[in-house]
Design a protein around this ligand. Structure first.
Ligand code: C5P
Length: 243
């Protein structure tokens, strides 16, 4: 029974009014969507895993000084977050070619890129999140040049952190997406990492076998998605030991 006031419902998460001013409760659903919601399924346990995994990554970012919206986990499916004004961009960082980049440039998936590449999509479901340039972003006023400098710097710090954490457990971080929020502290605007960091928004390949441990398992029908996410959580030490 819903006891909190719903603020917004997205494809994989619901936002409720927070327990204190300036906060929201982020609820992780089991729903999975792909190809702009043309493919849909309910995947038992996905929300619980992503809630825990996002907590783990956001806490790690906090510990190395990368500002983000996470405050604390409330229960299996909910976490308390800072309320932000979402910048209407998906910020994608790529280390190896895959997905839409491979398609666009005819690059084999897994090709090492000359350096990490940051790119942007305009967050708009009807349009299918089209890729946009910095020119577009500044011209349409979605962010300023200063904002973009800060966003690139945040994105690359997140990339270094996540790449290292995954490397330590035998996983290659191919690419990922983050979202950025604006907050005001005493009239001073700052940009912080928002939304979630989970295998829903990363590409993760086993270093030895190349096995996919991310949402491509669902997009491409490669097996059981919960098993893949459980394996990621297990390697990161987030699952109770096997008996
Ligand atoms: O599809 P594409 O190759 O552009 O995706 C790059 C990365 O961004 C992938 O890790 C994908 O999971 C993530 N992404 C996302 N949400 C989107 C689009 C991409 O999390 N709407």
């Amino acid at each position: 029974a819903p006891r909190r006031k719903k603020i917004y419902e997205g494809k994989a998460k619901i936002l409720y009014e927070g327990t204190e001013p300036g906060t929201l409760v982020q609820y992780f659903k089991d729903d999975a969507t792909a190809f702009n919601a043309q493919k849909k399924a309910v995947i038992e346990g996905k929300g619980v895993l992503n809630n825990r995994l996002s907590e783990f990554f956001m806490n790690g970012l906090t510990n190395i000084g990368v500002p983000n919206h996470f405050i604390r986990r409330i229960n299996m499916r909910e976490q308390l977050i800072r309320q932000v004004e979402i910048v209407p961009l998906e910020v994608i960082v790529r280390n190896f070619a895959a997905g839409s980049l491979s398609k666009r440039l005819g690059l084999e998936e897994g090709t090492l890129l000359p350096r990490p590449i940051v790119e942007y999509s305009f967050k708009n479901d009807e349009l299918g999140d089209p890729m946009v340039s910095e020119e577009y972003i500044i011209a349409f006023g979605w962010a300023t040049q200063q904002d973009l400098d800060d966003i690139v710097s945040l994105a690359l710090r997140v990339n270094d952190f996540l790449s290292g954490v995954f490397y330590g457990v035998g996983i290659k971080l191919i690419d990922f997406k983050i979202e950025i929020g604006r907050v005001w502290d005493n009239d001073f605007m700052r940009l912080i990492v928002a939304d979630e960091i989970s295998p829903d928004s990363c590409r993760l390949w086993d270093m030895k076998t190349g096995q996919k441990l991310d949402k491509d398992v669902f997009r491409r029908d490669l097996g059981n998605l919960t098993d893949a996410y459980t394996e990621v959580a297990r390697r990161l030490g987030l699952m109770p030991a096997n008996t």
